[in-house]
Design a protein around this ligand. Structure first.
Ligand code: ADP
Ligand code: ZN
Ligand code: ZN
Length: 731
């Protein structure tokens, strides 16, 4: 008796065998293909499973196998290549297959609902068609719907919405059996491109090299300074891909998927562009997914999880700002979409292009090893020039909300000469600490090892780690003194200062507190785009994706905050961040300057930043990684525990270490267990065991052993453990 091997959405690292549904004939069984869904009993629930294989027999006795209830799809929803990718991810990340497949399927399909062919639309019923012209005199909106459907037999929801016809009007007509829903199959249209810019010499040779590279899988890194015209290369490369009737998948960082980016694609191509990001409704996401899957969408643009979108005819994968941390999922299924993209291109035998002004050391290592082809753009496109960078020694200088006299003068000069200034401060809120002057009490989060941030405008204290919010106290809870002080600096405080010092100029604060809603940022960017002199003050949000052509001064208010990171990637992140911030200046024909305020003007990382390019710094940093054996020179894996009891996590990892040590490859090294740097977060104590190895094969073998052993050790109540392959942060 054949058995069905299924992926089931559970946190268990295994597959499950089922007997075929009752009444399935041998012919039907023989024609079953991987990638179809089945409804199956699981424990006391019914769940949606995904077929991986039809097997001759099972390791489980036939009489204890359960029977699948129903086949949900006549044909597979995902193709063998995507299944292969999921299998690879399951093994490489040592993650439960059920959760990997859940990353592929949209909610509707995970819930076992039928596929929906085409977008939902409305049409007249026979009864509706027979309605006399002057019918429904008392419901003009309803009469309007009937009139519209007489002119155009099928209309989708969005078109009704544009005409201000609400769903309740449509529902009442359906109630009267005058109209009914139907599916609109999108018209197969072919994609066309509008002419691009005339490329400069560097762009020409990069594009030629990309186009001339042999067919099939190959991996490219486009390293181009900010504003060098990388996006223009993407667009022209996609044009070729569309001409060959293939789809292009473009990944952008979380923060990079701006209306500006989309508009640029929309202007260049007359094509169906599917957009996938976290702000979509389930229905919108499903629509985009189906369009990508059926090939109706020519271009798919999305953030991290879009890497698992099915594609009917993949031809090119692009990962923009490949160094960006948002490509790594930090909880649950901890994959890196950039690395998955490379694997996916390999499976599809298509090229993959990684682009960045500040490539990750991983990618640079791959260039040096000859695995990736390297293309460089060293100049800005058009007439724009790169800004000059200088460090400003603020030791002994009087500061107003973090700003030195020299910087204030520079802002003044920028504004009076008609330009814009961008100030970078990577800390939101008013101040990071509330302290009692009389007894030294400090406001701390009750659930995390962290201080609470003062948010003065909302009169609250907030934990930036667990989100906990409480009212801003006026009295010390310990000694009842009212001498409470705000220590340290946040954007709210600097904004307040700027308002008094630069009264006559507009000031825009840009952080996740001030920019609520998707449109807020776009409205601001449009505003700034008009070029009127103003001050932009913001966090990381300002540094990516947006072009501010009128900005001629960029200042980093607290460069020191970036200098002393305990993480092994600290200096890499600092160099990337500063280079990206600096890249906002002088984008058009306004030459820019960049000022870094610091107490450590002689710090080696800062000097490197001033005197060498990012490319040179990166190669130096890579040498240091080679000495320390840290990634990408060596391999790193972390096992983490998370538990309400402080000791249980450490005991679990001690146990794991003891039990696996003998079984690990000889060159795998275990470090720990150690408490995580922020040991307690959202009420849970966190502990970690690090594994380092000189090569990937050893790391994978060791990870397999660790996971197998960890699964054998009984976890105390409430203890959760997870494995992180190629982690982003250690400390
Ligand atoms: P990047 O993606 O490297 O930041 P973009 O492609 O966004 O660069 O280009 C930066 C700016 O330069 C954009 O305003 C773009 O329109 C312009 N640009 C790009 N290529 C050219 C070119 N060949 N000639 C003139 N302007 C260009
Ligand atoms: Zn006190
Ligand atoms: Zn907290």
């Amino acid at each position: 008796m054949p058995v069905l091997r299924l992926v089931i959405p559970t946190p268990l690292r295994r597959l499950f065998d089922y007997l075929p549904p009752a009444g399935m004939t041998a012919t039907e069984l023989a024609s079953l293909q991987p990638g179809v869904r089945l409804r199956v009993p699981f424990g006391r629930r019914e769940v949606t499973g995904y077929l991986l294989a039809v097997c001759e027999d099972s390791s489980i006795a036939a009489n204890s196998l359960k029977q699948a209830l129903e086949l949900l799809d006549p044909t597979p929803l995902i193709d063998p290549q995507l299944i292969q990718l999921c299998q690879w991810a399951t093994h490489y990340y040592h993650h439960p297959p059920g959760e990997v497949y859940s990353a592929v399927f949209p909610k509707r399909l995970r819930e076992g609902k039928p596929q929906q062919h085409g977008a939902p639309g409305w049409t007249l019923t026979t009864r509706g068609k027979g309605l006399p012209k002057e019918a429904l005199p008392r419901s003009p909106r309803q009469a309007e719907v009937i009139r519209m459907l007489r002119e155009k037999p099928v209309i989708d929801n969005s078109e009704f919405k544009q005409q201000n016809i609400s769903t309740s009007v449509l529902r009442s007509l359906r109630g009267k059996q005058l109209i009914e829903t139907c599916a609109i199959s999108p018209a197969e249209q072919s994609a066309t491109s509008h002419p691009g810019l005339t490329l400069n010499a560097e762009q020409v040779s990069a594009l030629a090299a990309l186009r001339d590279s042999p067919e099939g899988f190959n991996c490219h890194l486009l390293e181009g300074v900010t504003g060098s015209g990388k996006t223009e290369i993407y667009l022209q490369l996609i044009e070729g891909c569309l001409q060959r009737d293939r789809q292009a998948l473009v990944l952008v960082p979380e923060i990079g998927l701006t209306p500006q980016t989309l508009a640029r694609f929309g202007q260049r191509f007359s094509a169906n562009i599917a957009v996938l990001h976290s702000g979509l409704t389930d229905a919108q996401r499903y629509r985009a997914w189906e369009d990508a899957r059926t090939g109706t969408a020519h271009i798919v643009i999305g953030t991290r999880s879009a890497i698992f979108t099915p594609l009917a005819k993949p031809g090119l994968i692009i990962v923009d700002e490949e160094h960006d941390g948002s490509y790594k999922q930090q909880d649950g299924f901890r994959y890196n979409a950039r690395d998955v993209a490379v694997k996916r291109a390999q499976i599809h035998s298509c090229p993959v292009l990684l682009g960045s002004a500040t490539p990750s050391l991983e990618s640079i290592q791959n260039i040096l090893a000859g695995r990736y082809q390297h293309h460089r753009l060293t100049h800005r496109a058009g007439s724009a020039r790169l800004p000059g960078i200088k460090a400003l020694d603020i030791r002994q200088q009087t500061l107003g909300a973090g700003l030195s006299r020299t910087l204030i003068d520079a802002i003044d000069a920028t504004l009076t000469s008609g330009h814009q200034a961008l100030l970078f401060l990577n800390r939101r809120g008013y101040a990071p600490t509330l302290q009692c002057h009389d007894c030294g009490w400090i406001a701390e989060c009750s659930a995390c090892d962290a201080r609470l941030t003062i948010h003065r405008r909302r009169q609250s204290l907030r934990c930036h780690h667990c989100g906990d919010t409480s009212v801003l106290v006026r009295q010390c809870p310990t000694c009842h003194s009212e001498q409470l002080m705000a220590a340290g600096l946040g954007t709210e405080q600097t904004e307040e200062f700027l308002h008094t010092r630069f009264q006559q100029w507009p000031i825009h604060r840009v952080d996740s507190d001030s920019m609520q809603g998707r449109d807020a940022m776009q409205t601001l960017v449009n505003d700034i785009g008009r070029g009127e002199p103003c001050i932009l003050l913001g966090t990381q949000m300002l540094t990516k994706g947006h072009h501010f052509p009128g900005v001629s001064l960029v200042a980093v208010i607290d460069a020191d905050a970036l200098l002393f990171s305990a993480d092994f990637r600290g200096e890499e992140r600092m160099a990337q961040l500063l280079t990206q911030v600096a890249g906002r200046a002088g984008r058009a024909d306004v030459p820019g300057q960049v000022i870094l305020q610091t107490h450590y003007p002689d710090h080696p990382s800062l000097l490197a930043m001033l005197n060498t390019s990012y490319a040179e710094q990166a190669r130096e940093m890579l040498k240091r990684r080679q000495e320390s054996g840290m990634p990408p020179a060596g391999q790193l894996v972390i096992l983490r525990t998370d538990c309400a009891n402080a000791d249980h996590g450490e005991q679990f990892l001690q146990n794991l270490r003891r039990q696996s040590a003998r079984h690990l490859p000889s060159d795998a090294v275990l470090i720990g267990p150690l408490p995580s740097p922020m040991q307690r977060r959202a009420g849970k104590y966190r502990c970690q065991l690090l594994l380092t190895a000189s090569n990937r094969r050893t790391a994978q073998a060791a990870a397999t052993t660790l996971v197998a052993k960890a699964e054998e050790i009984p976890a105390r109540h409430g203890l959760k453990w997870s494995i992180d392959i190629d982690p982003q942060d250690v400390f």
